[in-house]
Design a protein around this ligand. Structure first.
Ligand SMILES: *[C@@H]1O[C@H](CO)[C@@H](O)[C@H](O)[C@H]1NC(C)=O
Ligand SMILES: *[C@@H]1O[C@H](CO)[C@@H](O)[C@H](O)[C@H]1NC(C)=O
Ligand SMILES: *[C@@H]1O[C@H](CO)[C@@H](O)[C@H](O)[C@H]1NC(C)=O
Ligand SMILES: *[C@@H]1O[C@H](CO)[C@@H](O)[C@H](O)[C@H]1NC(C)=O
Ligand SMILES: *[C@@H]1O[C@H](CO)[C@@H](O)[C@H](O)[C@H]1NC(C)=O
Ligand SMILES: *[C@@H]1O[C@H](CO)[C@@H](O)[C@H](O)[C@H]1NC(C)=O
Ligand SMILES: *[C@@H]1O[C@H](CO)[C@@H](O)[C@H](O)[C@H]1NC(C)=O
Ligand SMILES: *[C@@H]1O[C@H](CO)[C@@H](O)[C@H](O)[C@H]1NC(C)=O
Ligand SMILES: *[C@@H]1O[C@H](CO)[C@@H](O)[C@H](O)[C@H]1NC(C)=O
Ligand SMILES: *[C@@H]1O[C@H](CO)[C@@H](O)[C@H](O)[C@H]1NC(C)=O
Ligand SMILES: *[C@@H]1O[C@H](CO)[C@@H](O)[C@H](O)[C@H]1NC(C)=O
Ligand SMILES: *[C@@H]1O[C@H](CO)[C@@H](O)[C@H](O)[C@H]1NC(C)=O
Length: 831
């Protein structure tokens, strides 16, 4: 492929706040030959200003202006002009007699080989996709000759916003909603329009705008009018809106005395509501429903089947051509762990397989990628292999709910690919999950993709610049799941940060290592993300997995760990897969190490295929993962002169934070299992921290020791807090260390409810100062725990033996300036 060789005179561009995402169209240097090769006009085959083809023409004009500083005029019916770009539908294109390949719904041809650039869609949307794809080439400095047709992997390519009517976002880490505030649709939909543009550029064609935990007040007439406005904003970009419904609306909002889906008054109530919505949004994609799930109302309330519940809505949608997305996330959240064979992972197949064939043709069962809930690693949901007469879609999560909440860099496509490429061996034939969702495996007419996305009003959209690679890659994979994760990433990097090779290499290296590192320091061997599942899903708390009804159990005790999901002696879950896969997982010898604790309960001394014991693997992986996270900081810092200050600083802050929090994770998990198993780390790292000074062992004034719960989220289980909310605390110690330069790391707790101020001194010299201001966007905690545990590092500080290290903490609000420990780390030491 030919790329223009670019001269980077000065990469230090103006500060950027991320609001353009990957559509920033930064200038690409273009010499005379390059300028001559640029098109001289744009022919747009539709004058209708709200049509995607018209929008495509505008996008091309603005994009070329910004990338090449060239103004290209737009014409509307002049297809003969040489050296023009033609954008339109195949139907409207009658300028050439060439053979055009057959295209599917939303498909397109992108052809730059002739004397015109052809951007031709099967429909309007396809033409817009071709225009964005061509612009993506130009923005990456790629003016090569290409000619190809491209088709969608599946017709359904949606995003789900979990936005509430009050403007909050469930699992939102990037500010409030761009759609709702104060119980209604916001007046200013500028950001919604920009989001539509981003979605269209990655070929997403549907958006469900409100939370699956839905509020029936969405159906108020003023809100239906608001939905009309949202749809009007998305329509020119070829994105259809959908809405989440609360299944109890006929009773709670409509005033009926029931929401029984078989009650005739309920049936006609839904028909009427559906008519009301379609009057305002004639191209509504349809509905999304979370019913009889996690406390949400549903058909099970009336002893009706899930299919009976789904069908009442599906039938209401049929006259309008709408589809019903019905979530498969139905399970009992009051399971009894004392029952060895109880297993939440079995629930989806148990509920849905008996209903196969009973759903209306316009129902799509929306299935999370794994059987539990967006964990760091799960086996592919067996439900994908068990519904052969029902449409299905996969549900991914761009929102990093259990995966660092956008405060940890975790590039997700390699995780998604473990599921998409997993061969279910239906009928002993190749049947990867991606074929089940496209409808290929079972010859289904409908299917596809959805992803939970938590964009908010933050200028970066997701609260983190680097997290945007996940949104970008989601769209790219939904169009073509065979695309390579690293290739997609590199397109995103060039579009977002430019084409400098070092920038490309470093961000690629960091991103590709990020999920394996996160898995290493949070929960490996198929043990799920060992986060706090009953509080914020963010920091470590392995004990929270067990002894409750949620069924995300590890069954860890003093001897062993893991869920026995075999048919032979366990929950039988392995048997939900087709025979070949069932056998693979039934036998511990053929179960891959990375899922061994998902499928088997073993002793900590069990030897893995790698030759290590389970417990030693835990220790090693957590230490490796934290070291990898630390390497991200160095990699990013090597790009200091190549990235604008605003984005450089913002990303650096997050990566430094992540490195510190990876130590919190590492120590919590290693200490927890060390304590439980009483098996030492062969290399003696766990519990042995020669560079640390515990805060509670320092001389304290105005501070007192505090026993932290869970214990493993404090070094030595103990922190210090000020003796009252208005007392300034001082902790000091006289150092006896070899003189030299150290990185001074201080672990503290950043609680919700106050912004304490800490100042650290060497003798009387102030080394630095920081506040606990909870600004990163992850869900805050009101306790000293694994969510609030945070590290600040001052680098290359000279210390001599005999120096006094002193930290002064001023509490604020309910935050008592908590401190855990300090570490004086010689260069290169991570601890
Ligand atoms: C203009 O395009 C929009 C979006 O495709 C469509 O809904 C509308 O009917 C079109 N208007 C006319 C006059 O064709
Ligand atoms: C863009 O082009 C115009 C003239 O066509 C020129 O005056 C201007 O300096 C150019 N801008 C940049 C940033 O190169
Ligand atoms: C691309 O355009 C050229 C010139 O018009 C034509 O010969 C060729 O068939 C086109 N290729 C495709 C894939 O449409
Ligand atoms: C919500 O309502 C309050 C009180 O009426 C008002 O102050 C605020 O500006 C509103 N917020 C938005 C986003 O409309
Ligand atoms: C639904 O929205 C209304 C109006 O914004 C609010 O008063 C009510 O608390 C919400 N209900 C739920 C369950 O969130
Ligand atoms: C249909 O819904 C509208 C709007 O909520 C309401 O005004 C009307 O009375 C309903 N019609 C019937 C037949 O229920
Ligand atoms: C549902 O079935 C159970 C068990 O058969 C019964 O106890 C219950 O009353 C039924 N509920 C309704 C709403 O019919
Ligand atoms: C569909 O699944 C059922 C039950 O698992 C099986 O009996 C049937 O043969 C399958 N049909 C097809 C066409 O695969
Ligand atoms: C088999 O299951 C029982 C519980 O029913 C459990 O105590 C035992 O450890 C399991 N045996 C093996 C070999 O996993
Ligand atoms: C697991 O450990 C227990 C207790 O030490 C022991 O009795 C048992 O034999 C061990 N099981 C295996 C498979 O090694
Ligand atoms: C994860 O941990 C394993 C085991 O220690 C190690 O081999 C691997 O390099 C680690 N990977 C990353 C990215 O940290
Ligand atoms: C974006 O959100 C982060 C926290 O998530 C915050 O620090 C930053 O100020 C926000 N920026 C804007 C422009 O809203």
């Amino acid at each position: 492929m030919l790329r223009i060789l670019l001269l980077y005179l000065c990469a230090l561009a103006a500060a950027e706040n991320g609001s353009q995402g990957w559509l920033r169209y930064a200038p690409v240097p273009c010499d005379k030959a390059c300028q001559d090769a640029l098109p001289s006009s744009i022919v747009t085959l539709d004058r209708n200003e709200t049509s995607p083809v018209y929008v495509a023409g505008q996008e091309l004009q603005q994009g070329i202006q910004r990338i090449f500083n060239k103004t290209v005029p737009i014409n509307y019916d002049n297809c003969a002009a040489p050296s023009s770009i033609i954008v339109g539908t195949l139907r409207d294109y009658n300028c050439s007699t060439q053979d055009i390949p057959e295209l599917g719904e939303d498909g397109f041809v992108l052809n730059t080989t002739g004397d015109t650039v052809q951007l031709l869609g099967h429909n309007q949307r396809g033409a817009l996709y071709a225009a964005f794809e061509y612009l993506s080439m130009l923005a990456q400095g790629n003016l090569s000759q290409v000619a190809y047709a491209s088709d969608a992997h599946a017709p359904i390519r949606q995003v789900n916003e979990w936005d509430n009517m009050d403007g909050s976002i469930e699992r939102g880490y990037a500010g409030p909603s761009i759609f709702f505030a104060n119980g209604t649709v916001v007046d200013d939909l500028t950001r919604a329009r920009e989001y539509a543009r981003l979605l269209a550029s990655i070929k997403i064609n549907g958006i469900v705008v409100n939370n699956v935990n839905a509020n029936a007040t969405l159906l108020e007439p003023r809100n239906l009018d608001g939905l009309r406005r949202i749809a009007d904003v998305f329509r020119p970009y070829g994105v259809q809106i959908g809405v989440s419904l609360n299944f109890a609306s006929p009773r709670d909002f409509g005033g009926l005395d029931t929401f029984d889906p078989l009650d005739p008054s309920v049936v006609s109530w839904w028909e009427n509501v559906t008519d009301q919505i379609y009057q305002r949004v004639p191209d509504l994609a349809g509905y999304l429903v979370k019913a009889s799930s996690e406390g949400q109302p549903g058909p099970l309330t009336y002893n009706r089947t899930l299919a009976e519940g789904a069908n009442v809505l599906a039938r209401a949608l049929q006259p309008h051509g709408g589809i019903l997305m019905f979530r498969a996330f139905v399970y009992d959240n009051n399971l009894n762990e004392s029952k060895w064979k109880a297993d939440r992972a079995n629930a989806a197949v148990d509920y849905f397989k008996p209903l196969d064939g009973e759903f209306e043709e316009n129902v799509i069962v929306q299935i999370k990628y794994g059987p539990i809930d967006f964990q760091v690693r799960e086996p592919a949901s067996p439900l994908f292999a068990n519904l052969n007469r029902t449409n299905v879609a996969i549900e991914l999560q761009v929102t990093q709910e259990y995966l660092g909440q956008q405060c940890h860099l975790v590039y997700l496509p390699p995780l998604w690919k473990t599921v998409l490429n997993f061969d279910l061996r239906v009928d002993r034939k190749a049947s990867p999950v991606r074929d089940a969702i496209s409808g290929k495996t079972f010859n289904r007419p409908l299917g596809g993709w959805t992803a939970v996305v938590n964009v908010g009003t933050n200028s970066t959209w997701l609260g983190s610049h680097l997290a945007m690679s996940n949104l970008y890659a989601y769209g790219r994979l939904a169009w073509d799941p065979m695309a390579d994760s690293e290739d997609i990433l590199q397109d995103w990097i060039r579009l977002t940060f430019g084409s400098d090779n070092q920038v490309l290499d470093k961000i690629t290296e960091m991103s590709m290592a990020s999920w394996p590192a996160y898995e290493n320091y949070t929960g490996n061997l198929g043990e799920q993300t060992l986060t706090d599942i009953i509080y914020t899903h963010y920091g470590p708390n392995p004990a929270s997995q067990d002894n409750n009804g949620w069924g995300q159990w590890t069954r860890a005790d003093a001897q062993g760990i893991g869920m026995d999901r075999t048919v032979g002696n366990g929950t039988g879950y392995a048997g939900q897969y087709p025979e070949e896969v069932a056998q693979l997982y039934e036998d511990i010898d053929t179960t891959p190490d990375d899922l061994v604790l998902w499928f088997h309960h073993v002793n900590y001394t069990h030897r893995l295929h790698s030759g290590k014991t389970v417990i030693q693997h835990f220790y090693d992986a957590h230490y490796s993962g934290a070291e990898t996270a630390h390497s991200f900081v160095d990699m990013w810092e090597s790009l200091r002169d190549k990235i604008d200050q605003e984005r450089y600083d913002d990303v650096l802050t997050r990566l430094v934070y992540q490195a510190g929090h990876s130590i919190v994770w590492r120590d919590a998990i290693a200490n927890f299992y060390h304590n439980l198993s009483d098996i030492p780390d062969e290399t003696q790292r766990v519990g042995n921290h020669p560079w640390r000074i515990e805060a509670e062992s320092m001389a304290l004034s105005g501070y007192k020791p505090y026993a932290v719960y869970p214990f493993e989220t404090a070094s030595n289980a103990t922190a210090i807090i000020t003796t009252s909310n208005s007392t300034t605390g001082t902790a000091s110690t006289t150092l006896s260390i070899p003189s030299g330069a150290y990185n001074l790391a201080i672990n503290y707790y950043d609680l919700y409810g106050g912004s304490s101020l800490w100042t650290v001194y060497r003798n009387d010299d102030q080394i630095g100062q920081w506040t606990g201001d909870t600004k990163l966007g992850h869900i805050p905690s009101i306790y000293l725990d694994g969510h609030s545990a945070t590290r600040v590092t001052f680098r290359d500080v000279e210390f001599r033996s005999g120096d006094v290290l002193r930290i002064v903490g001023e509490p604020d609000g309910t935050e008592p300036a908590p401190l855990d420990y300090v570490a004086l780390l010689p260069g290169g030491v991570v601890d």
